[in-house]
Design a protein around this ligand. Sequence first.
Ligand SMILES: Nc1ncnc2c1ncn2[C@@H]1O[C@H](COP(=O)(O)OP(=O)(O)OP(=O)(O)O)[C@@H](O)[C@H]1O
Ligand SMILES: [Mg+2]
Length: 326
Amino acid sequence: MSDDAYKRAYTREKMARLAAEQLLEDKSRELYLSSQQLSEAHDELKKNHAELVTQQSALVKNEKLASIGLLSAGVAHEINNPLAFVNSNLEMLNDYWQAMFSLYSAVEQLLESTDLSNDKKSALKKLIDEEDLEYISSDFKNLFNDTQDGLIRVTNIVQNLQHFSRIHDEDWDNVDINASLESTLKIINHQIKNSLCEIKLNLTCKELVWCNLGELNQVFLNLLQNAIHAMEETETKILTISTEESADNILIRISDTGYGIKKDNYQKIFDPFFTTKTVGQGTGLGLYISYKIVKDHNGDIDIKSEEGKGSQFTITLPLKKADETL
Ligand SMILES: Nc1ncnc2c1ncn2[C@@H]1O[C@H](COP(=O)(O)OP(=O)(O)OP(=O)(O)O)[C@@H](O)[C@H]1O
Ligand SMILES: [Mg+2]
């Protein structure tokens, strides 16, 4: 091969090699970009899937709450009617008893007097002893008070259950949540003093919140009372309440250093009538109703808790009216 022919062949071969290298580089870059896109798409899919799972469980929870709400409002309505006449009959029975009691007191006075023959006195005494009237008259007040307390408790439960059909538009307003937290704290001032817990406030949210104040106060009251209850037996008793803005939301946090929530109970604490408290101390409706109220405000409640260390409840609420956020 002549020198010229060799050079031409060499140049051709070099050009072909460079073109092949360029092609390889281009393809590698394309491949790298595609793999990056694929990995991003995979991440996006994973995120969407996680969101879907959360939304699905929220939907199931909402659905469950909605149907329990309907059921409980119906049951509450049915209980309400007999409850009304039981309450009024009890008042009536108390009046009747007062009349009978006056008669019994008069008979006792008569027994002390000399106006009655001994025969009649012993007949009356026998009757009083046989019917145990002395004990009945002393025990009546206790029985009446206990029955009345029980009826008040049932009435409260029924009113709480009926709450579900009651959120009126006219009760909504732009509200300073910090002020409403402070006023709820004042309402339970005596409970706080008795509990000996230390209060830490960090209320930094400056925005007003569109909400139904009466309903939200009920939520704050329940969360604060739960926190105080949880710290009854613990050595450290610190109740921390904070508000802050985050994007278009307000975050309201109520934290305690109480006994915490068992992992097994996490799923149950929003169920109606779930309580770990003794009879008379809790009905188990507080968080159920609180969750419903927060959901009616397009918000959410999030819990972090560790057994033996404490719990933190975070309420997230949109700052603005739903139609203002569009
Ligand atoms: N801060 C908390 N620390 C530990 N456990 C809690 C806390 N808040 C709630 N719980 C648990 O969740 C359960 C349900 O709370 P919820 O407020 O619904 O009902 P309750 O306080 O028992 O009764 P009530 O109807 O009087 O509010 C409680 O019994 C308790 O076991
Ligand atoms: Mg409670």
